[in-house]
Design a protein around this ligand. Structure first.
Ligand code: NAD
Length: 290
């Protein structure tokens, strides 16, 4: 396929590279990041989109996506697929899909889980909203960039799945970290805590696969000085998106709200920015109840 790729940052660059290695003709654009080897360089987003069968966007936020969509939709050929993999607001995803459809294009929102490691290894999970036929047509690309793609329903539902998943992730990471900090104060060693919880009813992905305690469980950012991984500010972004969606849909999400507030305090008011989101554990370690 001819693929236009717009946004070649930490995630976009390895995703684009994997598509090129698999034999697709990829043309990329990013105003800042370098274009990886094996990918033709476009002079703008519109230039990358022209003549492409699929245009993939991997951008920092919804505002950027709306601006890029305004630029590239008129340049795309009829019936081409606008495939956005960024994490953005559900209503932005729906707006972009509608605009693309009005212009005779097909649209999918397909945010990912798996981080930079998953992007490099081609093992991302895609949560997809939009046209089922477009989903089928894009399946060979999901297979290259990822290990699984789930069609979640109409436009915007991929983003809905992503923010619900990450709301659970933020809440469970906080719960795991505060439990470790409590265990410390009770004189329970961390290895015993891990051995019990990871095989008891408190188990979770944050305990079993991404343990926030250094030297305990499988290798994780905690073993690398809390270098991200998944940065605390990206978790905050996703928790803010989930609260925005909860407000818009009148959903009661008290734990999600509290997780957003704690990550906001950690990132904006303490030393969380630039650290992995599991660095909540050293944060709790230093604190007392008052
Ligand atoms: P990033 O900041 O490294 O990359 C974004 C890129 O977009 C940058 O290189 C930037 O220059 C480029 N960009 C900005 N404006 C542009 C424009 N007008 N035209 C073209 N390119 C433009 O971010 P990232 O870590 O690659 O994340 C991308 C998206 O994926 C975000 O929405 C993020 O929330 C989501 N995500 C990230 C991770 C992760 O672990 N990094 C995991 C899952 C999802």
């Amino acid at each position: 396929m001819r693929i236009g790729f717009v946004g070649l940052g930490n995630m976009g660059a390895p995703m684009a590279r994997n598509l090129a290695i698999a034999g697709h003709s990829v043309t990329g654009f990013d105003p800042v990041a370098p274009v990886p080897d094996g990918i033709s360089t476009a002079s703008s987003g519109a230039d990358a989109a022209e003549g492409a069968d699929v245009v993939i966007t991997m951008l920092p936020d919804g505002k950027t996506l709306r601006a890029v969509a305004r630029e590239i939709i008129p340049a795309m050929k009829p019936d081409a697929i606008f495939l956005d993999c960024s994490t953005v607001e559900v209503d932005t995803a729906r707006h972009v899909a509608e605009t693309a459809q009005e212009a005779g294009l097909r649209a999918l929102d397909a945010p990912v889980s798996g981080g930079v490691g998953g992007a490099e290894a081609g093992t991302l999970t895609f949560m997809v909203g939009g046209d089922p036929i477009a989903f089928q047509d894009a399946a060979p690309l999901f297979d290259i960039m990822g290990q699984k793609a789930v069609l979640c329903g109409e436009a915007g539902n991929g983003q809905a799945a992503k923010i619900c998943n990450n709301m659970i992730l933020g809440v469970t990471m906080i719960a795991t970290c505060e439990a470790f900090a409590l265990a410390d104060k009770l004189g329970l060693d961390r290895q015993s805590m891990y051995d019990v919880v990871s095989t008891s009813s408190g188990y979770s992905w944050t305990m079993n696969a991404y343990c926030p305690a250094p030297g305990v469980g499988p290798s994780s950012p905690a073993d690398n000085g809390y270098k991200p991984g998944f940065a605390a500010e990206l978790m905050l972004k996703d928790l803010r998106l989930s609260q925005q969606a909860a407000e818009a849909s009148d959903a009661d999400t008290p734990m999600g709200r509290y997780a957003r507030d704690l990550y906001a305090q950690f990132v904006d008011g303490e030393d969380g920015r630039g650290q992995d989101f599991s660095a909540m554990l050293p944060r709790f370690e230093k604190r007392s109840r008052s």
